[in-house]
Write a protein that binds this ligand. Sequence first.
Ligand code: ASP
Length: 468
Amino acid sequence: MERILIGNLSDHIGQTVTIRGWVSVRRDQGKMIFFDFLDMTGTVQGVILPKNLMIERARNVSRESAVSVTGSINKRPEKNVQANKQNGDIELLIETLDVEGPAETLPFELGEDTREIGEETRLRYRYLDLRSDRMQKNIRMRSEFIRLCREYLFREHFTEIETPLLTESTPEGSRDFVIPSRLHPGKFYALPQSPQQYKQLLMVGGFERYFQIARAIRDEDLRADRGFEHSQIDIEMSFVQQEDVMTAVEAMMTAVVEKMGFTVKEKPFPRFTYAEAVAKFGADKFDLRSEEEKKQNVLAYAWVYKFPFFEKTEAGDWTFTHNPFSMPVSEHVEALLEGKRIPDILTTQYDLVCNGFEVGGGSIRAHKPEILRAVYKTMGYDETRIETSIGHMLEAFKYGAPPHGGIALGIERNLMNLTGETYLREVQAFPMTRGGQTAVMKAPQQLTKEQLDELHLEIKQEKKKKHE
Ligand code: ASP
């Protein structure tokens, strides 16, 4: 029999139907057994009556088993109607119940909320955790957010383009994850910390409006709102100035979150220079909501811009604060080219802040080779080092590079705001543990001797620390 989705059952009152899904609740009342069945569209109550010969077998159907159930959809008597519940006015009078995938005793309860369960257990059985109400909502909301952004960008004539995962290191201020090359002994690829250079090269390549739902992979210290992997809505546009990118992104974010039913506190988004933000909030990310607005999960966006371009490293050298490929603000281009007043040079970087998080950041890029070269010179790179690290960009910019700029919006950080979650792992399907172990599977793993040989690698035996 054709499967009917639980969400559509109210169109089938009086008919015999087959549903497929999971047993989320079983209430054995002796003579009768009640079930709640669940599929991706919702839940419905089923009942098996004493005269049904299957009743004994049904008693052993465990919770979370995958089942196929056939029966008639009946209106419930007035006194049993649950007004506020989906399908609260109907029930499935079970004729047959087939177990398609039996479930053993679960390692933890799949209530509405699994947050209290130990992280190791939750992630080891992530597929079960994902069945819980909250995780279903979070992951579906993530999909919806991405879908709406994508649709918006397509309407605005952006082209979605994928860029390589096996690539050369792009500095984003983090450590790279590296991949040894079998074909080139002793050489390594880096996983992208962002598609920064490729998206700029796509602008030189004439696409003008690019976006990608990009993976960014950074070997950072793990924190509540940081993992090794995150995704970003990565955008780049040609023939634009700072104002154009900020306006375009603001329009997209507003359209998307309002379509999802959220309220934006202030439009257009208020803007603060970095200096103003630090003076006013003591930081470059801040929460503009009142207590009341926090309760209602209002979204308070703001832009922060005019950041210093450079800061000192611990060793006393200059390094970039955000992005070495940025253009300084126009009044400071000359100072950069002359290597003067370095601490005063401001960059065209703009960060999008929402409810206390930085949810995006981008800049107008230095599309003239001499400006990009000056950034690297300021950071103490000599000609040879400039050539090896960004020679390809300097070369590309010789051939009709359009002025361009873009942004990356962190998908997880945006979703944390939309869902009200405080941990990144609540909005990723398969996040890592705090110790950097993958969910369900057991990476990182050792390689076999054969694999190591093929990759021309040898593992150095770490000396045991004394206290071990
Ligand atoms: N590449 C930057 C990042 O990943 C974003 C950008 O400047 O477009 O944070």
